[in-house]
Design a protein around this ligand. Sequence first.
Ligand code: CDP
Length: 220
Amino acid sequence: MNNKRIVVAVDGPAGAGKSTISKRVAKILNLEYIDTGAMYRALTLKILRKGINPKDVTKIMEVMEETIIFFKNNHIYLDGTKVDEEIRKNIVNKHVSEISKIGKVREKMVDMQRKLSESTNVIMDGRDIGTVVLPHANYKFFITASVEERARRRYKELLERGEKNISYDQVLSDIKERDRIDSTRQIAPLKKSPDALVIDTTNKTIDECVNQIIGIIEGR
Ligand code: CDP
């Protein structure tokens, strides 16, 4: 590696393994990890807690104006309180794409994300990182897996988190719906950047994917 700043963009659909892989790469290469999905999730959590209709853009923007979202030591804070666990709840999974498709919400988030990535070596994951947030990233990856495999992983994760009253079929249909909203929205849809390398994790271990990415960044 030379002295140039390292900027890595990672995109892909729900449950493909982006965040697990990005976190490990960040640790090994000593990069700042920014989970942009967590930011959309934190805002969604606040909207749900306040009982605001996810379609009420005016109210949502009012809430966003008075909301502080930041990361500290790889934990996410919403208005000063750590919300790592709450933002992974199934109720947030179900509503986050609805909130994330609002153009004004995205504008503010993208601003915050660019600021967070200034002047540091960074790996950022999400849906529009290589295409919109960091189009000049020097490494871009699009991490994917079959929808069934992604649903299996998410179902297992939710069970491990103690969620009750969920079924694999329901998780599968929720993921399909989220993929649909994320890929068809008007602003910054989930899309592979033409210069991104695709990594299909369906039949690969996390370590294999991490090693592949590190190999590329280190120019091996
Ligand atoms: O963890 P998972 O892959 O299920 O999703 P996530 O990365 O936490 O993102 C949750 C949701 O936030 C996505 O389904 C998108 O609707 C939205 N999102 C987005 O619109 N743009 C991003 N850069 C990141 C997430």
